[in-house]
Each structure stands twice: as structure tokens, then as C-alpha cells.
Design a protein around this ligand. Sequence first.
Ligand code: NAP
Ligand code: GCO
Length: 264
Amino acid sequence: MEVSFRLDGKVALVTGAAYGIGFAMAEALAGAGAKIVFNCRSQENMDKAMAAYKEKGIEAYGYICDVTKEDEVKALVAKIEEDLGGVDILVNNAGIIKRIPMTEMSTDDFKQVVDIDLVGPFICAKAVIPGMLKKGHGKIINVCSMMSELGRETVSAYAAAKGGLKMLTKNICSEYGEFNIQCNGIGPGYIATPQTAPLRERQPDGSRHPFDQFIVAKTPAARWGEPEDLAGPVVFLASEASNFVNGHILYVDGGILAYIGKQP
Ligand code: NAP
Ligand code: GCO
């Protein structure tokens, strides 16, 4: 039996892949043979990202597009259909976090997080599914979180959105599985990216941030994840090797969810 993880001829749209986890996942998908399309919101980030892809030898197609704006997303998907023949793989990666105690958080802040982290993936999936139905196949990978399962102080909106994204994943699987569309989630643990930089900042005396120490102690692998740790999982879920895996959340967390924590 030969199992293929190759993605030659496939078009992958990775949202928010200017840097961080999205960039690493796009790089991995390109390494497996996929054509990469990505978006982000600012021209400045786009310019840096295009240079970074070029440096890696990847001919990526980058577009300015906000995942919360349905008209922009529809136009992007139409352009991909016209230029590249449609999206085979969608990775819903774009996301933000706001760390604010719940009773101090404005409703507008809460809504903005849910809008980007949950409504955005709905808008993007809704835009690509008709094309996938026509093609007779499709892979949708939603980037979930530890907060799809766990709560913690200050991240109420993020946890609500990522918990919702887990269930959107299962629902897309339920609704479109019979049409050969697989929708799965990847739940990264604590990964060193700009999003988590404030949690790793050195203290004025040069010592490690208490949250940084807390995460390393809470992770059986005893380290932060790197964006590259998501490479194998995303290629697996994008490839035919996972054709009967559907509605699953693959946690890539160095073991955090398995562990009760260090004994005193
Ligand atoms: P990051 O470093 O902050 O990168 C986020 C990316 O999303 C950027 O490219 C950003 O570019 C883009 N983006 C944000 N809002 C957008 C919007 N409305 N439309 C289009 N693009 C948008 O974050 P990351 O750590 O790589 O995280 C990527 C994903 O993984 C997020 O969904 C995050 O919640 C999730 N995650 C992260 C971790 C972690 O520990 N880092 C763990 C679990 C899950 P622009 O600002 O230019 O738009
Ligand atoms: C936080 C972090 C997390 C991670 C990640 C964990 O403040 O707790 O930013 O939410 O980014 O999503 O899986």
C-alpha cells in the first residue's frame, strides 16, 4: 500500500498567513506541492510576507482581504477560481486574541474577537464550499486552540470563539462529509509567534516571564511549540492520507491536554 501526503496540483488558501503559524503551515503545504494563496489586512505585512515567501523559494499569491468582510472574501475566492481553478484546501488560520478580564471587556472588543476568530472561518468556508462541491472534493482545516477545550483568566472572547470554531468544524463535517469534503481542526498548544510574544517577554531583571515558566511547566514536552511543529499535521489533514478523518480536532500541544500539571 502506498500512502500519499503529496498535494501536487492542489490550491491551498491559508488565511492570515503573512507570518506566524499561517506562514509555517503555508510553507509546509507548498513543500508538499500545493500552490499557496494567502491573505492579510495590511499592505505593509503583505510586502514583508511576499519577500519572506520569495526567500523560501515559494511563489505565493498574496491578497489584501479581511476575513470578516464577506464581499472581500467572495471576490478573493472568485479570483482564485478564475486564475488558479478554485480552492482545494482552505486553512482558516487568521485570528486575534484580546487578553482582558471579562468584566472589564467591552462588548465591542468581545464581538471583534468572535467576528475574526469564528465568523471569519464561517465566511471563508461558506465561500469555498460551492467550488469544492463542484470539484467533488475539499479539505477545510480550522485553526482551533487549547481554548477550544480549556478556559483561563482574561480570554473569554477568544475561548468562546475557539470553542465555537471546534463545533463549526464538526458541523461542516456533518453537513458536507457525504460530498467528500473533510473538515478538521488543528488545536495548537502554546506556540512562539507574535500573538504570544507578550507572554514570553523577559522581565526587567532579565528573568523569564512567569507565564512563560508556567507554560513550560504545564507542557510535558517542556517547551513552547514552534510554528514548524504544525507542518506535519497540516499536510496530513490536507492530503488524501486523511480522507476518512472528518470532524476531528488534532491537538498539537506537546501534551498539555493530557497533563494535570506538575505535582507540588
Ligand atoms: P499572529 O502571529 O498574530 O498572526 C495572525 C495572522 O492573522 C496575521 O497574519 C494577521 O495579519 C492575520 N489576521 C488577523 N486578523 C485578520 C483578518 N481579520 N483578516 C485577515 N487576516 C487577519 O497569530 P498566530 O499565533 O500565528 O496565530 C494564528 C492562528 O493560530 C490564530 O487563529 C490563533 O488564534 C491560532 N493559535 C495560536 C496559538 C499560539 O500559541 N500562537 C495557539 C493556538 C492557536 P494582519 O494583521 O496583517 O491581517
Ligand atoms: C493565551 C494564549 C493562547 C494561545 C493558544 C493556545 O493568552 O492563553 O494566547 O490562547 O494563543 O490559542 O492554544
